[in-house]
Design a protein around this ligand. Structure first.
Ligand SMILES: [Zn+2]
Length: 272
């Protein structure tokens, strides 16, 4: 079972459609303005295949933005009672060893997943605009390049993340947008770099230093961090003399951050 045809046959089975019904469903989407909607929809939903975007649209009118149940919860929102999930096709892979000894992913079939449109949740009307403005496609790349393991989970209100020098791990609050998570990751990686370089810095000054460094790195990666960073820095900085003293360390940490995550910068450029 390979390629989009395998996926479509799978789809036909789970939706209990005849071949004719499937064809006419797809036709009606491809041959009308709904297809343009599907394309626009796809532009917002970079994590779903185009086929899945079309399938999602075929199950509900005026779908604008979908996420799995748990992801809505992670954003602090709930799916409304009684709402039915929209089925998507999730490809399943198996690790196979190639003749040259390297490992590769081989498509072995499909499974069904479910997503919910924003209209099926308790999201406030302006939520989507705010959320998408804070979206950052490069976030997954940043995660992969992190120098220590990163755990994402709900944290208490007001705590965006932390670096644990005993466990050697970074924890990030999952109830943030991707851009804010990226910013948190850079910030906590800054703490890791201070720790790794054995820099003796008073705690409050360290906060200023890692936030300034994260701000510099984030700007390089195309994230506008002005608003959150400015508030954060203002909250910790006692006088400009502190900042002057800290500027050398900020250079060092921000350069290390850029080096650590520079492959992600290429990603941001190629996608921007
Ligand atoms: Zn901090």
């Amino acid at each position: 079972m390979k390629g989009p045809f395998g996926a479509l046959n799978y789809w036909r089975r789970i939706m209990k459609l005849t071949k004719k019904e499937l064809d006419s469903k797809l036709d009606s989407i491809v041959n009308c303005e709904a297809f343009v909607r599907a394309l626009k929809f796809k532009a917002l939903q970079h994590s779903y295949s185009h086929l899945n975007c079309i399938l999602i649209q075929s199950q509900r009118n005026n779908v604008t933005y979908v996420l799995p149940f748990k992801k809505w919860n992670a954003l602090g929102l709930s799916v409304l009672k009684g709402e039915k999930g929209l089925a998507i096709i999730v490809p399943r892979f198996r690790k196979v060893e190639k003749s040259d000894g390297t490992k590769d992913d081989e498509l072995v079939g499909f499974a069904t997943g479910h997503v919910f449109d924003i209209s099926q949740t308790d999201a406030p009307p302006d939520f989507l605009i705010a959320h998408l403005n804070r979206d950052f496609p490069g976030y997954q790349n940043l995660l992969e390049l992190a120098p220590v393991p990163v755990v994402e989970r709900p944290l208490r209100k007001g705590l965006n993340g932390y670096f644990d020098s005993k466990e050697l791990a970074i924890t990030i609050s999952s109830s943030q947008s991707e851009a804010d998570r990226a910013l948190t990751l850079l910030h906590e990686t800054g703490h890791y770099l201070v720790w790794k370089n054995k820099l003796e810095i008073p705690q409050e000054l360290e906060e200023v230093i890692v936030e300034c460094s994260a701000f510099i790195a984030a700007s390089e990666f195309g994230i506008d961090a002005t608003a959150p960073s400015a508030g954060y820095i203002a909250g910790y900085l006692n006088n400009t003399e502190d900042l002057r003293k800290a500027s050398k360390v900020i250079d060092k940490i921000s350069n290390s951050l850029l080096k650590t995550y520079e492959r992600s910068e290429e990603f941001a450029e190629s996608n921007g």
